[in-house]
Design a protein around this ligand. Structure first.
Ligand code: ATP
Ligand code: MG
Length: 376
C-alpha cells in the first residue's frame, strides 16, 4: 500500500484544511475502478486477518467515525469495507436526531454506551460531530435547555474543546479514534439525489429533508472545514476523503482502516509455558482417546472472505458458467482478484482462491449438502 497516498488526505492539526481547494473528484494514481479493485480486495483480506488478531488480543478498541453530507456514500463505504469482518468484534451505530431521552442529557452522553470494548471496532455512522455540524448550521443549541450560568458562552467553540478533551481521554485510556469525512461535491450530490428519485428501488433513500439541507450547503462546508481544523490531532486524525467516485472513496477508506490496524499491530495472545505444558498433556490424552488415531485435517479452503457464499453461488450451473467467464476475463486483463462475482453477491477473493473454490464447489455440487465450514 502506498502510505503517502492516504497521508495526502490526513489532518493532524498541523496543516490547514481548506475545503474550497480540496478536489472531490480525485482518483489518485488510478484512472478507473477496475484498476483499483485488486488493491481493494487485498486490503480487505488483510483487514480481515488483522481484525481477528485485534479481537483475540483485546488490548485496544477502535472507533471509525463517518461524517458527510447526504448521499456522499457513507452507507456504501461502511457496507463494502467492513462486510468481510467477523460480527463478533464489529458494531455499527447510526446516530440520528437525538431522542427525547438523549436530548435530556449532555450531548456526549449517548456515545458512552457505543464505545467499543477492547478488541472491538465501533463504526459511528454520524456522531457527536453532528453537534458542531447540523447543530452549528441551524443553531440548535439556542433551543437547548441549560442553566442560566451557562448563558453567553460560545457553545460551538466550547464543544470543539470538549470533543478534543473527550477524544484525548479515550485515546489515553485505550480507544483509538479515526475520523473520516467523505467529501462530495454539490453537483455529485445533485446527481445522486436525482437517481434516488428516478430509480424506484432507491426511492427509500431520499427525503424532502435531505433536499432542504442542500440549501444550507455553504454553511455546511464552513462547518466541516472548521470541524476538521479544530479537532484534528496526531492521536485522533481526520481524513478528508474525496467522495465523488465511490470506488475511490471505498479504496481510500480501506487503506485508512488497514493502516490503522497495522499501526495497532495486534498480536495473537501467547499462552504461558506452564499452560502450554498442561494443554499438551491434555492433547496427548485426546489423541489416545481417538480409536482411529489423529489424522491431520484436510487442507482448508484457501483464505478469502465468505467462501461459503461463493461455494453456494457456484453450484448453480448457470451462475458457475458466469463466474468462470468473469474470472477468465479478469485474468486476461492481468488482475489477480475480483470484488463482485455476481451482481448481488458481495463476495470478494483472489482469483486463485476463487478458482480453487470453483473446483471445490464443482466437487461438492455432486453431493447434495455443501460443507461451507471454514474455520480460519
Ligand atoms: P440515510 O443514509 O439512511 O439517509 P442518515 O444517516 O442520513 O442515513 P437519517 O435518518 O436520514 O439518516 O438522518 C439522520 C439525521 O439526524 C441527519 O439529518 C443528522 O443531521 C441528524 N442528526 C444526527 N445527530 C444529530 C444531533 N446531535 N442533533 C441534530 N440532528 C442530528
Ligand atoms: Mg439521510
Amino acid at each position: 500500500m502506498a502510505k503517502d497516498s492516504i497521508n495526502n488526505y490526513k489532518f493532524i492539526g498541523k496543516s490547514k484544511f481548506n475545503i474550497s481547494k480540496f478536489k472531490t473528484d480525485d482518483t489518485g494514481e488510478f484512472t478507473d475502478r477496475a484498476e483499483a479493485v485488486d488493491e481493494f480486495v487485498h486490503n480487505l483480506l488483510k483487514i480481515n486477518k488483522l481484525q481477528q488478531r485485534l479481537y483475540a488480543e483485546r488490548k485496544e478498541g477502535v472507533i471509525f467515525i463517518f461524517q458527510a453530507m447526504d448521499a456522499a456514500g457513507k452507507d456504501g463505504v461502511i457496507r463494502t469495507v467492513f462486510n468481510t469482518l467477523s460480527p463478533h468484534g464489529v458494531k455499527e451505530f447510526c446516530f440520528k436526531v437525538p431522542s427525547s431521552e438523549e436530548a435530556s442529557h449532555d450531548y456526549l452522553w449517548r456515545f458512552w454506551s457505543a464505545l467499543p470494548p477492547r478488541g472491538s471496532i465501533s463504526i459511528f455512522n454520524r456522531s457527536y460531530y453532528e453537534d458542531v455540524l447540523v447543530g452549528k448550521v441551524h443553531r440548535l443549541y439556542e433551543k437547548q435547555v441549560r442553566p442560566d450560568r451557562l448563558n453567553g458562552i460560545d457553545i460551538i467553540e466550547q464543544r470543539y474543546g470538549q470533543i478534543n478533551d473527550y477524544e484525548n481521554y479515550l485515546y489515553n485510556t485505550g480507544t483509538r479514534i479515526v475520523k473520516i469525512f467523505l467529501n462530495v461535491s454539490k453537483d455529485e450530490q445533485a446527481r445522486r439525489f436525482i437517481s434516488r428519485i428516478d430509480i424506484e428501488r432507491k426511492n427509500w433513500k431520499i427525503s424532502s429533508g435531505d433536499i432542504k439541507e442542500r440549501e444550507f450547503w455553504d454553511d455546511y462546508m464552513e462547518a466541516f472545514e472548521t470541524m476538521v481544523n479544530k479537532t484534528s490531532t496526531s492521536d485522533c486524525p481526520w481524513y478528508v476523503v474525496p467522495a465523488d467516485h465511490k470506488w475511490y472513496a471505498r479504496l481510500l477508506v480501506s487503506r485508512i482502516v488497514l493502516q490503522t490496524l497495522e499501526e495497532i499491530d495486534p498480536q495473537w495472545p501467547v499462552i504461558s509455558d506452564e499452560e502450554l505444558e498442561t494443554v499438551q498433556e491434555f492433547r496427548n490424552k485426546l489423541e489416545d482417546s481417538l480409536s482411529g488415531g489423529y489424522i491431520e485435517p484436510e487442507q482448508q479452503l484457501p483464505q478469502f472472505a465468505n467462501p461459503g457464499v461463493i461455494a453456494a453461488n457456484i453450484v448453480e450451473n448457470e451462475e458457475r458458467a458466469k463466474i468462470v467467464e468473469k474470472i477468465a476475463r479478469r485474468k486476461e486483463r492481468g488482475f489477480d482478484a475480483v470484488y463482485k462475482l455476481l451482481d448481488d453477491s458481495p463476495v470478494i477473493g483472489s482469483l486463485d482462491a476463487i478458482i480453487e473454490a470453483v473446483a471445490y464447489a464443482e466437487e461438492k455440487a455432486k453431493d447434495t449438502d455443501i460443507d461451507t465450514d471454514t474455520d480460519d
